[in-house]
Write a protein that binds this ligand. Structure first.
Ligand SMILES: Cc1ncc(COP(=O)(O)O)c(C=O)c1O
Length: 361
């Protein structure tokens, strides 16, 4: 589960702990209207590793806030007001982010508050995106790999096609890399798998090593539409969270975690693939690097509970996808242990199914 993807560098990495300790003895809070050295240090490192051209950064405290900023910037930059989002897309639960989120479970109770200018198209279908285009579309928002929606990887050509459409129609392309960012998928940013650069990128989750921090990165001309004070956050960019995030970037680079995610992810995927071949309960494995999904033919509740009993905390994506977001510092032996537990649990599930199908109790 990896803390829903937050614990990318594990829990209490000594470098993160010491960065936080050191900073909290110097200065914990400092409003964004004043200069702070730790914020400057983080911004420099972030822009260094960011996709080329995304050199302006808004710092906030969560993924949803990063999305809110992206939406406002896109609308102001283009002077248009419709947003195209994806079926199964997830972007957070604040009102703007929820308007871009597909799941009815999250939307229904707050339907009356949601923005009707958000339209949903099937993920991966350029023809449907074309159909949804109007003169008034400001932005297209998409996760390169859908996380909450069930670990669906963008089919080749999709993000490239979106880039082309956005360039032709003066539409802002927003990639939500809150879950996929910081090396999780075997590239620093998932968009690199397709060589496509967005106009705006949203990040969060793993960024602070466990402390709340998120960011919206944009092209300078795009972000510059915001006037001073037009979009702010009291705690956004506080020195404590910045010190932690700065140390997270150092650890990712020093410990070559991006490469590690790719190599271990491939091994993990192969092992999961083998499980699929062994068990008829399983349908398929999806994902890249250490962001993997295992789709089953059964409801996974019992599988999750049984694995928990054996010491493995698994994460779901809906009723039939087990999502793997382990720390990138995970050891191969730990992955093997997860596979062993899964194998045991799946065997128990299969026996249960056989008994219930034969009418026995
Ligand atoms: C792709 C994506 N965007 C946005 C969010 C929202 O982030 P937060 O929960 O920090 O608001 C999430 C959280 O799971 C996410 O996976």
């Amino acid at each position: 589960m990896g803390g829903y993807g937050v614990s990318l560098v594990g829990h209490c990495h000594p470098k993160i702990v010491s960065a936080i300790k050191e900073q909290c003895e110097r200065l914990i809070a400092c409003h964004g209207s004043l200069y702070n050295d730790k914020r400057a240090e983080l911004l420099e490192k972030l822009v260094e590793i960011a996709p080329r051209g995304l050199s302006k950064v808004f710092l906030c405290n969560s993924g949803a806030e990063a999305v809110e900023c992206a939406i406002k910037v896109a609308v102001k930059y283009t002077g248009k007001s419709e947003i195209i989002s994806m079926v199964r897309g997830f972007h957070g639960k604040t009102i703007g982010a929820l308007s871009a989120t597909w799941s009815q479970k999250y939307r229904d109770p707050f339907k009356s508050l949601l923005n009707p200018n958000f339209k949903f198209v099937p993920f991966g279908r350029l023809d449907k995106v074309e159909e949804a285009l109007t003169e008034n579309v400001a932005a297209i928002i998409v996760e390169p790999i859908q996380g909450e929606g069930g670990v669906y990887v963008a089919p080749n050509g999709f993000l490239e096609g979106l880039r082309k459409i956005c360039d032709e129609k003066n539409i802002v392309l927003i990639f939500d890399e809150v879950q996929t960012g910081f090396g999780r998928t075997g590239k620093m940013w998932a968009s690199e798998h397709w060589g496509v650069t967005p106009d705006i990128m949203c990040i969060g989750k793993a960024m602070g090593g466990g402390l709340p921090i998120g960011a919206t990165l944009a092209r300078e001309d795009v972000m510059n539409v915001l006037k001073v004070g037009e979009h702010t956050s009291t705690f956004g960019g506080n020195p404590l969270a910045c010190a932690a995030a700065s140390a997270v970037i150092d650890v990712i680079i020093e410990e070559r975690l991006v490469e590690r995610a790719w190599n271990l992810g491939n091994k993990f995927k192969t092992m999961l693939q083998r499980l699929v071949e062994e068990s008829r309960i399983l349908r398929e494995v999806r994902g890249l690097g250490l962001m993997l999904g295992l789709e089953t033919r059964v409801d996974i509740y019992d599988i999750l509970m049984k694995a928990l009993g054996k010491g493995v905390i698994l994460l779901y994506s809906g009723r039939n996808v087990i999502r793997f977001l382990p720390p990138l510092v995970i050891e191969l032996e730990q992955i093997e242990r997860v596979i062993q537990v899964l194998r045991e649990v799946l065997l128990e599930e299969k026996k249960k199914l056989l008994i219930s199908n034969s009418g026995c109790r």
